[in-house]
Write a protein that binds this ligand. Sequence first.
Ligand SMILES: [Zn+2]
Length: 272
Amino acid sequence: MKENKECKIVQDLLPNYIDGLLNNESKEYVEKHLEECKECTNILTNMKENIKTNDTKIEKREVNYLKKFKNKMRILKTILLIIIIIIILVIGRRIIIVTNLANKAENAKDLNNYYARTEGIFGEEYRFNECYYKDGNYIVKMVSYSEKEGKKEIIFYKKGNEQLLLTDSEFGKKISRETSLTAITPLPYYNGNEVIYMALAYGVEKTNLGEIECYVLKDKGQEQYIDKDTGLLVKQINRASNTVTDYKYEFGIVKDEDIQLPDLSEYENIES
Ligand SMILES: [Zn+2]
């Protein structure tokens, strides 16, 4: 019984003994008992083993946690990188498409032989423009019709040094010779900056308009259809101003006789 009591005391002390928390007297007491008692020595050994395996379990758990955390971070980084790459690709694609179109349209501006036609509904008004252009000479006819104002016609004519502006409206048929026609660029052209902004903000889609392959740019207020091959505007829809305009072009077909001075007999000269 004495031994059993001693064993109980020693076993109570063992955890602190392992942790090195006992004062010298108790420590000596425990060690002296251990020398004589196999059972308590076994218990001590078991306790030490248990602590070891517990420690390695905790360590393993921490290592696993760290690994999982690192893995999560790696996945997050990869996802972020993929998103950034996709954004760069999408924006890059838009910039490339729009820049290509703008370059093509810029080249079309230098063409010296083309026919262009614009037809559209502008709210209550119907407008029809037609232009024959060859080597710096041109005739542009602009007709508008509305129920309110009836039919109006404006003709710009330029051949060599001769420049004329003919107007036909409710004020009669008038000729003006003193007009600077140089400002007129008959080929309809879209605002490059606006198109680039639209492309970046809202995207570019491929679509077909009749037989024409084109890109369409849309924002809340408008749609612009641009011919893939020429970079020229083929259709424009503006919801704010309630207009729909179609553009048609033909290249290299204009002959000198297409740019003819109209019959001026009915027109009245404006002296200014
Ligand atoms: Zn014992």
